[in-house]
Design a protein around this ligand. Sequence first.
Ligand code: DGL
Length: 280
Amino acid sequence: MSNQPIGIFDSGFGGLTVFKSIYEQLPGYDYIYLGDNARAPYGNRSFKTIHEYTWECVQWLFAQGCPLVIVACNTASAKALRTIQQQDLKNADPTKRVLGVIRPTAEIVGNYTNTKHIGVLGTKGTVQSGSYLLEIKNFFPDVQVYQQACPLWVPLIENGEYDQPGAEYFVKLYLDQVMAQSPDIDTILLACTHYPIIKGKIEANLPAHVKVVSQGDIVAKSLVDYLHRHPEMETRLTKAGSHQFFTTTDDTADFDHHASLFFSEPVKSTYVAANDLVGC
Ligand code: DGL
């Protein structure tokens, strides 16, 4: 039987924070991770470009044998997922599935707040899409959501600058801005999969009573549940426990160095040129 892994995609390193939780909760499956680091960040790009890049990456994962792809990126989930699920898949292969990170997060995040005031931190694209405002309102109509775009955080993380003293200024800047929107915020949602990489810094710059929620475990639990509810997909997936990493940056050594830190185990990636994703 040929390999039928679960594909996990992000614009760069961020999806590794989701992959780590998925791998912990579902260790037996085969996985392929694709980071489009050469074209990250996606956060400030247009709807059209985010859709085009995301669909290229998803199709490439399909071509590697993945019947199921997790878009472990909020920006891509906000801007591209609906078109992929409702239009692109129909024309490509209706038996494949693509899942995102926004809905499973919105379904649960209202349970974390006592004051019913949540701050949502994301990229400019995620915030402008209004996806979290809509989705959280659906599941928790009495929760107030305050959004804040943090456009410099992904570049700091992708460029390995997040531990430098200068990064502290930008971490504090956006946190002060979100907390200024309401003194009652008691929960901060990291609605960008890159942000858990700086979770320690975020917590250090918030009042102690504010809970910081990252998505990895939420998305992983939701995938466990999905596989229970969809045996037709679960049985297609191969289970040799392999995991492979691919990146569109030709500096694989740099990817491996950072990815090993985030993934907490040695990572050896393979380069795939962004141009070669097209038309596969
Ligand atoms: N990890 C992506 C997200 O969750 C980052 C997007 C970007 O590349 O700007 O939104």
